[in-house]
Design a protein around this ligand. Sequence first.
Ligand code: BGC
Length: 389
Amino acid sequence: MYKSIKNAAVLSAAILSLGACNQASKSNQQKMTDSTSQQAKIPDSSGFEKNIDGKQTHLYTLKNKNGVEAAITNFGGRLVSLLVPDKNGKIVDVVQGLSSIDGYKKAGSSYFGALIGRYGNRIAKGKFTLEGKEYTLFKNNGPNTLHGGKVGYDEVVWDAKQIDSTTLQLTYLSKDMEEGFPGNLTIKVIYHLGDDNGLNISYEATTDKTTVVNLTNHAYYNLNGAGSGTILNHSLQILADNYTPVDSTLIPTGKIEPVKGTPFDYTKPATIGSRIGDANEQLKNGKGYDHNFVFNKHADTTAVVKVVGDKSGIEMDIYTEEPGIQFYSGNFMQGTNTMKYGKDDFRTAFALETQHFPDSPNQPNFPSTVLKPGQVYKTSTEYKFSVVK
Ligand code: BGC
């Protein structure tokens, strides 16, 4: 049943993009640096049909009544495309991604669009102690562990079930001691595309041994359209009076410091590029923005982040139950991957990863990421789209 929904959705996406595709001349394709010049379309599903370790992967499409579409693959639970209208009603793909699973595998350490776990962000020196026992993880980021270790949830095949045309359920059993983390963790993630043009990602997990959990999504956005050039002129606002400064390996020092008077003050809207080049030790450590912002007290009905594409007028508002967010300004993008619309050039997309703070298992003054048997890990984040004229 869900397969036929999937096929119907893929077909309608194909019909929608057919006219645009036929018109796309070669020179047109080369001019992808212009604002929203991409011919927005969901990639052909054939690049996502694969059997990996005995499990089948697909590309699933969600569509709401306004015609907004999201494409997700169960390989790493990745958000591949998100098609939303700009201020002129033109459909724009705001997610930077690739056209096939092979492409995603090749670009592995960038985590494009992926679900991240068991522990999103860094754990210092690949070690933590829980209930008196020390656990050792694989160090995949200099001296530290990043985004789950050697094979995180971004590289595994999730079991997928399309509930209806706007809802996809992904489940995964992360085994006891997988990547060095204790406990069998049973995880359910639901992607839901609302008629308010909000993409909601909800996460739920239970364990049979005390463990640590920090799940997030690592989509890279360019609100002018993926492949349309720099994100430095996007306007950004983050309701965070504080952030967690880091050392040169991007591990928090443990302090929670005010943003006031620093380039990290986004309490009022400012462009991403306005202070990114300032002489500032923290910006030097991150090679730009690659920091955890600590949200002010908020209800999950408050948009804690607002980003606006300068050319498209597309606004993305983020609502979350998480206490923090990693703002990563694409500093390690090097143009080495062939994406859906050109290369992944320096700072042509940003990630905003809602999360508990980096290295919390080793930082007693940060909110706890410990999950015990009998408890339910439950959190959700919504990315809502509208236009500013
Ligand atoms: C990290 C960056 C890293 C990026 C891609 C972000 O979450 O904070 O340091 O380069 O993911 O791996």
